[in-house]
Ligand binder design. Sequence first.
Ligand code: PLP
Length: 834
Amino acid sequence: MNTVNKPFIAKHPSVLKIPPLGMDAGGLEEDFCRYFNHTLGWDKAIVSSHHVYSSCALVLRDRLVERWRRTQRAYDESGCKQAYYLSLEFLMGRALGNALLNLELTGAGAEAMRNLGLDLEEVQELESDAGLGNGGLGRLAACFLDSCATLQLPVTGYGIRYEYGMFRQKIEQGRQVEEPDHWLRNGNPWEIERPEYAVRIKFGGRSDFYTDPDGDLRARWIDTQDVVAVPYDMPIPGYRNGTVNTLRLWKAAATEEFDLEEFNAGSYTEAVAAKNAAEHITMVLYPNDASENGKELRLRQQYFLASASLQDVLRQWVHKHGDDFSDFAEKSCFQLNDTHPTCAVPELMRLLMDEHGLGWDEAWHITAGTMAYTNHTLLPEALERWPVGMFGRLLPRLLDIIYEINARFTEEVSLRWPGDTDRQRRMSIIEEGDIPQIRMAYLAVVACHSVNGVAALHSELLQQHLFRDFFELWPGKFNNKTNGVTPRRWLASSNPLLSALIDRSIGEAWRTDLSALAALREFADDSEFRAEWRQIKQANKRRLADTVARDCGVEFDPAAMFDVQVKRIHEYKRQLLNVLHVIHLYDRIKRGDVADWTPRCVLIGGKAAPGYAMAKRIIRLVTAVAEVVNHDPATQGRLRLAFLPDYCVSAMEVICPAADLSEQISTAGKEASGTGNMKFMMNGAITIGTLDGANIEIREEVGEKNFFLFGLTAGQVEAARGSYDPASIVAADADLARVMHLLESGHFNLFEPGLFDPIVQSILSPNDPWLTAADFRGFVDAQRKVAEVYRDRERWTRMSILNSAASGKFSSDRTILDYNRDIWQLSQVPAHAE
Ligand SMILES: *Cc1c(COP(=O)(O)O)cnc(C)c1O
């Protein structure tokens, strides 16, 4: 509640007194009709299906707002510690089904729609995904918000309200084509604009040093070109607990007087153009997953998010406590989702010193005490570095502060290791060279009191390699928080049939305590239960087969094994290895090696970064192989391959309940955690995977007999560098040699000679970092085992049930409880009762 409205409400408290909204079908129906007739669909000519959807959303939003206010009041009045999750990405997907589920309105909502002659499921399909993220990192942020609300933890998400989210992927002539995702075109009924909380963000200009009236040397940032950040709030409902948390997304807008100055100078059109330039900052999400691109606009986005969010938190603090920050660190915590929001470190220092008058030591104590950093990757191409020159032009005052942080840090290193100048250079936040760069990961490690990886292996490798020197200096900072996914979206909502069977068998507690799924273990030996389990999988497979038929024009037989790999297209994830296996199966069919064949439908989906040529070529290979395989009569009833366009959250909700086999085949040591692997496991898919990321923990939980393991270990991958000889691997393996021959001979690209030469070369290169050839034999053998087990339906079903039963650890509720226990230390605060 802002300060302008507070006195008004104090004088007129009755404006807040309205009876609670109806939570039955009748109440929903009545409100729907009112929205539809009065607000949105009043003119026959403008009635469109999206008004139906918008009316539904507004009916639910009202019910969320009631609970939202009570939650925020409870947080406010308890004076509790709060955490802020800073992320450039929130891959939320759709909100309507989630609101229905969490408000316990799915049944009443369906009934209300039926009474009006509408179908709730069709209405849900009208919502576009909020695709404000690339992949796992952004989806993790979304799952975390769901878990925090469900656990009644006072956590606010801060992000950017991109006008255009993740591009929509079309496939034309076998190639990826990107289309802009204007997800806000029809408005966003879930958001509430809060212009009263807009803040100014500075760019450019210079630092000015002056002596204040007390005789202290101070700095200020002047001659800046400012942009306004306007917040839009999205409600984040907890699961049936009356709690609604906030995701606050910032949109960039021009300042008013900026326009005026230009106008007075007589350049009206330039002023309007400048307005446009300001708004560019939040125009589009950068579509790069696990790689940085070094663009200045991206740095602007990062600083924009960090500054707006910190100013927002500090404004609320000052409103309550004035300029007394002595308790601030005890009451606040910022979690940085990767290095993307790391500008928050120097920005908090700047705000505390330049705007609130604190000294360096006091400001540093608060900054280090409140900031925590989550690392998401070891891949060198993903580690953010900003050229000092660019950074200093855009954010000169922040650069001063980073230099000072580095100077003090370097002194600490030299005291710990006197004379070790090599180590000082290695650990410096500034990387020297022709173009000196700021190493954002080092800045985050130096400033934050907690540094975590996202799976046990990943956290271990961080300590041994990327942050080795820092681990020696501060071993206590480093910890692991294995990722998780929310069982509400990824099981309860996406797989209603399986959820109902689980409810009937073991009760409903699993929705908020996923470890309760362990009770399913005893049902694995119950043949009637297994038959039901199988029937549900079949129904889910039919639903996916419909999608594949519609979007790919390929017929999948639900009786066949569904072998699925969906994730961003990246060489380290090795979609290529998957395709090599499909080519191998095709080759076996063509050679008549089909005794005891297990019919298999292979589904691959995912987006390639628009500038990532090799990833796009791999998509082209999948579609080319699919074309040949699917049209060869010999493969009929044995093998199908399809590339599913536009993989996104709502697609995954259809895919993961229908998969038999989950492909998690990254080069060991490269996938930080993976979360797709967890969604599949929960829904009873069995994993074929390497010892990478969270696969290791999945295998530990489910037992080695219920996991198809293959491939080199991270240690072996590391050791192979320098001695890797793929040509001799190919020569020694007749199956691989035939696959390579089919690729080289142009069998899949008769009309585009040379199309796949770069792919062949990458496999045959001794410098192939992904070691595709090295893992081919192990993968093919493991797949043979998969096929054999799948033919034993009872055995497969038992393994499927055991996978679901063992997935309890991979709830994001567990992950969030770990963050809270070790890093945030928040109390659970229930929302006020009505
Ligand atoms: C879960 C998810 C991911 C992450 O998948 P990984 O296999 O862990 O890379 C990416 N995109 C979407 C849409 C997801 O739902």
